[in-house]
Design a binder for this molecule. Structure first.
Ligand SMILES: Cc1ncc(COP(=O)(O)O)c(C=O)c1O
Length: 421
């Protein structure tokens, strides 16, 4: 591959000096810009203020101020059953965090096993999880915390490399699960193809209690009108007589308020009954007032869709700005490639091999904080050191432009350094 097309060694040295001056200028500006985490910005949060400013009618028939309703209030169950395309009995409304539901799921499996397990997972000398990578650092964190060994499998444009996944799961009974972010994946932005969904549903697993952690965090988070379609995994699993194979998760963290939203989990009734059984010891019920606030504010699937369009109106220009600046500054130089997702919270950037850590460090020393390089891989180690996750949602548009200019300058500076070395 020809980096910096057409530039001679001398030209590259001169250009490196120019870049150095540009970086000095950024340093002099004393920037403090943060694109490390995919958080909604203030304007997005303001979209849901009606939930807390007293403008919504909270009169209720059943007294939700009291104890009870372990797996959610009927109104919330009805709404989420509709939007997740499941039966109410297959659904559990949790607290504010889907990550919390995922963690609890795996802790239960470790302590008690699943409905299909012959023994608790913790009674194996070692159990393993497949981690399509790049992926979500907090999924990998859960595995590390619980001592679950992670096996990295590459992500493709259609989802995980299914040849590799099938090869692994058919022969090893201690491989107990796989992490999946099936729509607008974090960070690659892709949506799993129908074929990948079908293969996940039908693959032969040595472990009878193999589980797919289907974290559909960005299911309705489109950026434009060309939203991706995702095939329904629970239905596909039911058709292949593997209905217990999948646990599906979602939350309103990036619909209303992160940390104060509601999280949901859907699965076969047999799985759901098992979760309810253990949950009954853990809690008397989640925050029902918050559930009610949500269903009053967003009472129907149509209302949710209209609300998500308002998010898209705020976010699309930010994603466009990142893409525009990257193209303007480093397009055609062959030193980085990035994607243009139809939804989700991230732009996935791959820089020259062996450069990601240095690029992130360069940005940090010039006032731009990015997600640490490697964080998108198990154990924080990107084997090729290429992947950088850009989270454009939080900073204001003007700051974003500047932050990406710094990033693009660092990418070039580090690449030239590598080429000349
Ligand atoms: C893929 C994915 N899952 C889960 C979460 C966290 O969800 P929650 O706020 O519901 O715990 C995030 C947050 O960034 C995410 O990117």
């Amino acid at each position: 591959m020809e980096y910096f097309k057409g530039k001679s060694h001398e030209e590259l040295v001169m250009y490196q000096n120019e870049l150095k001056q540009k970086l000095e200028k950024f340093k002099g500006m004393g920037l403090n810009l943060n694109m490390a985490r995919g958080k909604p910005c203030k304007e997005q949060l303001d979209l849901s203020n009606a939930m807390i400013d007293g403008s919504i009618d909270f009169s209720i028939n059943i007294d939700y101020r009291n104890y009870g309703l372990l797996d959610g209030i009927p109104e919330a169950k009805k709404l989420f059953a509709e939007s997740m395309n499941v039966l109410e009995e297959e659904l559990i409304i949790g607290g504010n965090s889907s990550l919390n539901l995922m963690y609890d799921t795996l802790v239960r499996a470790m302590l008690f096993g699943t409905v299909d397990s012959i023994k608790p997972w913790s009674q194996y000398e070692k159990i393993k999880f497949i981690c399509p990578s790049p992926g979500y650092d907090r999924h990998f964190g859960i595995c590390e915390d619980l001592g679950i060994e992670m096996i990295m499998v590459p992500m493709t444009d259609d989802g995980p490399d299914m040849d590799r996944v099938e090869e692994l799961v058919q022969s090893d009974e201690t491989i107990k699960g796989i992490w999946c972010i099936p729509k607008y994946s974090n960070p690659t932005g892709i949506t799993y193809s129908d074929e990948v969904v079908d293969r996940l549903a039908s693959m032969k697993c040595a472990a009878n209690d193999f589980r797919i952690m289907w974290d559909n965090a960005y299911n309705i988070h489109h950026l434009n009108n060309n939203g991706d379609e995702l095939k329904d995994l629970l239905i596909a699993c039911k058709k292949t007589n593997n209905s217990n194979r999948v646990y599906m998760y979602s939350s309103t963290s990036k619909v209303t308020f992160p940390g104060s939203g509601i999280a949901v989990m859907a699965m076969s009734k047999e799985n759901a009954d098992d979760v309810r059984k253990h949950m009954g010891y853990q809690t008397i019920g989640s925050n029902k007032i918050n559930q009610l606030m949500h269903v009053r504010f967003l009472p129907t699937a149509d209302a949710i869709e209209a609300h998500m369009m308002k998010h898209a109106e705020i976010l699309e220009p930010k994603f466009d700005k990142v893409l525009e600046v990257l193209e303007r500054e480093i397009g055609g130089l062959n030193i980085a490639k990035w994607n243009n997702p139809n939804g989700g919270y991230f732009i996935n950037l791959d820089v020259m091999e062996g450069c990601a850590k240095e690029v992130v460090a360069c940005c940090l020393s010039h006032g731009v904080t990015l997600t640490p390089a490697g964080a998108t891989f198990p154990y924080g180690k990107d084997p090729r050191d290429t992947n950088i996750r850009i989270a454009p949602t939080f900073p204001p548009l003007e700051e974003l432009e500047l932050a990406i200019e710094v990033l693009a300058t660092c990418i070039q500076y580090v690449a030239i350094h590598k080429i000349l070395a």
